[in-house]
Design a binder for this molecule. Structure first.
Ligand code: HEM
Length: 216
């Protein structure tokens, strides 16, 4: 007798019940298109992970070779320019979508009890999304990257008391160098993806536990 893959997995991992739990979850009647922006933000994040992994195969995080490596991706690799454009455009779209999502949650009053913790998790997700953008901006190491990072780090440096410490920490020294690029790369491809994924898991768990808020 031929045993299907699903039957095989179901016998061992109970996958049908898990799939049913996801698929048969009822969405409240008041949910409309305004509720899709969180999902679109998540979709953007998935695109960023997929395109980012492909870019990491070719990108070289040193001041001497970062710029030439991104040119190589755009000019020499098949679909390279599409890959880079997808990553850059989706980054911008993700930031816009997370802001629209935040506004939707705010104007629906969905931050009220018992969802305060999810709102706070969301605020952290928002800052992480913006930091993703900022850390990614330096990576091509072109003029725009250099000056944006200089301005950004100087803004951090202007903070009272802790500013200089934060600026030094960000740059890995007094000015933009290889150490800065290494730090931004580590933040962009390791720290943020891991931390943002963990916070997203908490965000989704709370949405599932608390359900979607009733209209005001
Ligand atoms: C990476 C960023 C984020 C992703 C992927 C995400 C994803 C989602 C998804 C899929 C939902 C289900 C309903 C909907 O889409 O409207 C949701 C709900 C929610 N999100 Fe987010 N979110 C993110 C950031 C934020 C931010 C920045 C905030 C607020 C500061 C926030 C606060 C909330 C709250 C309070 C809910 C519950 C809404 C309700 O019950 O109506 N989220 N999120």
């Amino acid at each position: 007798m031929k045993l299907g893959v699903v039957d095989f997995l179901d016998e061992r991992l109970d996958v049908r019940r898990i799939a049913r739990e996801f698929a048969e979850h009822r969405v409240p009647d008041h949910v409309n298109w305004l509720y899709c922006f969180g999902g679109i933000t998540f979709l953007c994040f998935m695109v960023q992970i997929a395109t980012g992994i492909l870019l990491a195969f070719y990108y070289q995080p040193t001041t001497a070779s970062a710029y030439t490596s991104v040119l190589h991706i755009s000019d020499d690799l098949p679909f390279g320019v599409i890959l880079r454009s997808l990553h850059a455009w989706t980054a911008n779209i993700m930031i816009i979508m997370v802001m629209v999502h935040m506004l939707r949650v705010f104007f629906h009053g969905a931050y009220r009890p018992p969802r305060e913790l999810n709102w706070v998790t969301g605020v952290l997700l928002f800052f992480m999304t913006v930091t993703f953008g900022f850390s990614g901006y330096l990576l091509p190491m072109n003029q725009l990257s250099y000056w944006a990072t200089k301005v950004g780090s100087e803004i951090a440096g202007a903070m009272p008391f802790v500013g200089q410490y934060i600026q030094n920490f960000l740059l890995g020294g007094a000015k933009i160098s290889d150490a800065t690029l290494t730090r931004f790369y580590a933040i962009h491809v390791v720290i943020l993806p891991v931390v943002l994924s963990a916070f997203l898991a908490a965000h989704f768990y709370m949405i599932r536990k608390q359900g979607i808020a009733d209209p005001l």
